[in-house]
Design a binder for this molecule. Sequence first.
Ligand SMILES: CC(C)(COP(=O)(O)OP(=O)(O)OC[C@H]1O[C@@H](n2cnc3c(N)ncnc32)[C@H](O)[C@@H]1OP(=O)(O)O)[C@@H](O)C(=O)NCCC(=O)NCCS
Length: 185
Amino acid sequence: MLLKQKEFASMLSKVKMVLLYIVYFFQFGKIELPVYFYKNYFIGNRKKIYFSQKVTVPEKCYLSPLELFVGENTWLGVNSFICGKVKIGSNVMVGPNVAITGANHNIEKADVPMINSGITVKGIIIEDDVWIGANAVVLDGTTIKRGAVIGAGCVVTKDIPEYAVVVGNPAKIIKYRNHDCSVTV
Ligand SMILES: CC(C)(COP(=O)(O)OP(=O)(O)OC[C@H]1O[C@@H](n2cnc3c(N)ncnc32)[C@H](O)[C@@H]1OP(=O)(O)O)[C@@H](O)C(=O)NCCC(=O)NCCS
């Protein structure tokens, strides 16, 4: 009896997964389940979003990208904000209240309201195994290379090298992580 209940529960969860996949298949550019969605998030422009397996979209995450790719097992950050063109790798941890702004409003013409001046998009790349601390801001046109750590409250204005640990505004390198340390996921 207990076994049958377990089999039924497992079948039900498989059916749920298939139904979800069908809904998401039509909503998103590409999505590989499972993807974990918490409550109260906002996701716009879904057709331009590509989620790999085990991505987490936590509470109050606000995604309004022109194009967004997120790699496997990446956590997007409570109350984080992503806009413009952004590519995030696998095993990336985004802390709370992080802004990843892959676009800029044009500001050259002072006689035109900036809201009507259009935007410039260079794009942001965040490679695999990066940790971005709470309240950091990542500006357009930057690449954060594999294994880097972005300290809490950083403003990233330039490319960050592999395994660098950076802090401050603008972000500056304080040290490098041990390249020999093994990565366990
Ligand atoms: C970047 C970080 C990982 C560095 O940790 P650490 O290797 O233990 O570094 P230390 O604490 O030894 O600090 C080294 C120096 O950098 C400074 N520093 C560390 N973090 C800083 C930060 N976020 N902003 C400014 N300065 C910072 C320290 O004051 C210290 O300066 P000093 O040498 O003049 O005394 C850590 O400080 C950090 O910011 N973690 C993010 C935590 C977070 O946001 N968690 C959210 C959950 S995901």
